[in-house]
Design a protein around this ligand. Sequence first.
Ligand SMILES: [Zn+2]
Length: 352
Amino acid sequence: MEYTILRPDDMHIHLRQGDLLARCAPHAARVFGRAIVMPNTIPPITTSLGLERYREEILGATSGSGFAPLMTFKISESITPDDVAALKAAGAVAGKYYPRGATTNSADGIGDHRAVYPVLRAMEQNGLVLCIHGEDPAAFSLDREAAFLPVLSEIVARFPTLRVVLEHVSSRAAIEVVASMPERVAATITVHHIFLTLDDVIGELLHPHHFCKPVAKRPEDRDAVREAALSGGPRFFFGSDSAPHEQRAKECADGCAGVYTAPVAMPLLAELFEREFAPGAAAASAPGVADDRPEWVSRLEDFTSRFGARFYGIPLPEDRVYLKRSPWDVPGQIDGIVPFRAGSRLTWSLTA
Ligand SMILES: [Zn+2]
């Protein structure tokens, strides 16, 4: 069995740098036509020159694939409105807001959100999207996302035409707040937050490859993330937050946060959507679609290939890929990186 879908976009990915980028970017480029590339490199992407160099590095690692990186920059107090205009001219589509200390390479992040209001104003004027890692690192781990929501609300109210994406939502509270906000506010959803709870990280033995920021939370939070992904709501779209770390950086005393999902995200989503929209499943009562593919295929395509592009105001993907029912075993590692669901058998494959 085989279905054609528009080539997916990944609206949130970490491609890293140097050798790690050279090994991992091709994995992403085999699946995704475009990806919103996070700027938390060392040094971070904060200038048009840095952005252009990083894009060249990515294009070099993915040459021949047709992969198009959608570039971002890291927001800081030292960025001027002129810098924002230059970043936009260099091809930036978004700026990324990291609270100080919230995740990998964020020690230089934002302390007081009001300190970057001039940057946000310039982004609003330049039509750039604000991508937010929405956690307050001062709060208890499970409460960090909820604790950040008042800041999100303040920013959304203060900048009335700024488009905002709350990245990798992981809690029911965040999903409810985003759903209540204007059309210009959206959220990305990862595959791992659809499937994991905190018990999958520390419930029995410690599973470092399930450790990410924001951490997976309670079952009711995971269910809310999953419901949002399946809801058909155009403001909830796919962003993998696929974040490769070397195996030794995950399996150690001070393990890094991040789940490596790029190679497995689409097969896992296909399994989920097929199961949830199976004839007879409760969700099948949702409005039908006008093509001859099963409903789940077009719903999946909306989530991975349409909603994100529409929100960002970029054209829909031009090429297509094949979802094939062709079981495969996820290897224990791929080029030195342990992928999500390593060692398990997946039902669907994605081919060009
Ligand atoms: Zn991320």
